[in-house]
Design a protein around this ligand. Structure first.
Ligand SMILES: *Cc1c(COP(=O)(O)O)cnc(C)c1O
Ligand SMILES: [Zn+2]
Length: 466
């Protein structure tokens, strides 16, 4: 059996509770249309009895499954037998204690950690989930896999297709919305790229229809196997902290797959008795794509033990339609108004006593510049987590002595246009890329100095500024 018998899929709605085999390809419950979870009969799955027990895999790092930062935790996502797993060495990421950024955020030195998921092979955290969904697709014999994407999901899918030659990758993107860093990856890796005259939310609707019609395997985060892989980001954070639980996890929110998977990870670790408390979760929207923040902060939408108030959600989406309101932010990876994992994220907020905030593009870019100046850098969406931590610190929700982990979801090279525009002396470039989004200043810009091609002038400039 390639898929383990003690793994199954379960409807998120407690009222419905329908279950399905792990070998079924589903993106929604057949009874009620709700999202699905991957679940396990844990007493048969033999999970570790202590988190430290997982360290034994480190000793055998020559084994590709142990080298993978996803699959060395396979005892905690045990749906598939080892010989079916597809890995390209994802999840070799870094938890960095970032003191310069800590002082910007307003935390005591030593208390801010940045989890660099941009170090994944395709440059974003998406590889964690793609490895897991791709493995499931491979197991059930899929020939083609598709996704709608703001860029990073498509880069990741295209990479798994090109490395493994196992499947044809088909990606749906909105027009003019994708950064060149991300688009170049999908093109280079050879994915069939379908550009739709619309935005991400439109592309998401279409890809679902097309996958249904043509029997193509869908790897968006409505696929519950994706989220199993993304749980391991939290396992790696805990591992890097020597299995101590931080006070806060701060993550940008787009389609809300990451936040949902983090909640599931902590829910399961608690249920298995592997941790005695859960960290608090902060999910940060961009102000130009703030559905979660609107619904949770302004309209008090709650998980409510899966009895979520569906009418509140429907009414909000109706308002967006009536106002013709489209998502708009420089942080293109979170430029999403209809997050597919909304309900799962509400559960994560309930499990982790979570909060939601929104930050402006100005705050996002300033935070991003601070991350770059103090470390390895990130793309705009990732800056939202640091900007969100700063806001929560100012509001006194996060304390100066709290231990905070911000997730940096994507690599600094993913969106060079935004970075160069921020640092540029070219006012037109700044206005075109950022000014139109309400960004007024670049307080942390590191501007290039222009000099004549003259040795004396060059030396003078360096002596003046260096
Ligand atoms: C996909 C993505 C996000 C949003 O994550 P969700 O799981 O969709 O909320 C944030 N940042 C980057 C860089 C991404 O690629
Ligand atoms: Zn159901």
């Amino acid at each position: 059996m390639p898929l383990n018998e003690f793994a199954f899929q379960r409807c998120l709605s407690a009222d419905c509770g329908a279950t399905y085999g792990a070998d079924e390809v589903l993106i929604a419950c057949k009874q009620c249309g709700e999202l699905l979870d991957v679940d396990y009969e844990w007493d048969r799955a033999q999970p570790p009895s202590r988190l430290q027990d997982l360290e034994k895999y480190w000793a055998e790092r020559h084994h590709p499954l142990n080298f993978s930062g996803v699959w060395r935790f396979r005892d905690l996502l045990p749906y598939v037998s080892d010989d079916e797993i597809v890995t390209v060495g994802e999840g070799q990421t870094l938890l960095q204690q970032a003191n310069a950024v800590a002082s910007y955020v307003g935390l005591d030195p030593g208390n801010l950690y940045l989890q660099y998921e941009g170090m994944n092979p395709s440059g974003s955290f998406k590889d964690n989930g793609m490895s897991a969904a791709f493995t499931h697709a491979h197991t059930i014999g899929a020939q083609r896999a598709a996704c709608a994407s703001t860029g990073n999901t498509s880069a990741s899918l295209a990479m798994y297709c090109s490395v493994t030659r196992a499947m044809r990758g088909i990606i749906f993107i909105g027009s003019g919305k994708i950064s060149y860093g991300k688009l170049s990856q999908a093109l280079d890796y050879g994915a069939l790229t379908v550009q739709i005259a619309g935005d991400f939310d439109d592309a998401m609707v279409r890809v679902r229809e097309v996958c249904k019609e043509l029997g193509i395997y869908l790897v968006n985060s409505v696929n519950p196997f994706r989220l199993e892989g993304q749980k391991t980001i939290m396992f790696r954070v805990l591992e890097a902290l020597r299995w101590e639980i931080p006070d806060w996890i701060v993550v940008p929110g787009g389609n809300l797959g990451n936040s949902s998977s983090f909640g599931k990870a902590f829910m399961e670790l608690k249920q298995l008795g592997l941790i005695d408390r859960v960290p608090r979760l902060a999910v940060i929207n961009a102000a130009g794509a703030d559905t979660l923040s609107q619904l949770v902060e302004r309209r008090d939408l709650r998980w409510n033990d899966s009895q979520t108030d569906e009418e509140k959600i429907a009414a909000y989406y109706q308002e967006l339609d009536d106002l013709h309101k489209k998502a708009d932010t420089i942080a293109s990876a979170i430029e999403i108004n209809r997050p597919v994992n909304l309900k799962k994220c509400l559960r994560a907020l309930a499990v982790c006593d979570g909060v939601v905030r929104q930050v402006s593009d100005q705050e996002i870019l300033d935070a991003k510049a601070q991350v770059g100046a103090g470390g390895i850098g990130c793309e705009p969406a990732s800056g939202a987590s640091v900007a969100g931590a700063k806001l929560l610190r100012q509001q006194g929700v996060i304390g100066a002595s709290d231990r905070v982990v911000c997730i940096l979801t994507g690599h600094v090279l993913k969106d060079p246009t935004a970075t160069v525009a921020y640092h540029s002396t070219d006012q037109k470039l700044f206005n075109d890329v950022l000014g139109s989004r309400g960004v007024k200043t670049a307080s942390f810009a590191n501007r290039a100095i222009a000099v004549d091609n003259d040795l004396g002038e060059i030396i003078q400039a360096i002596q003046l500024y260096g």
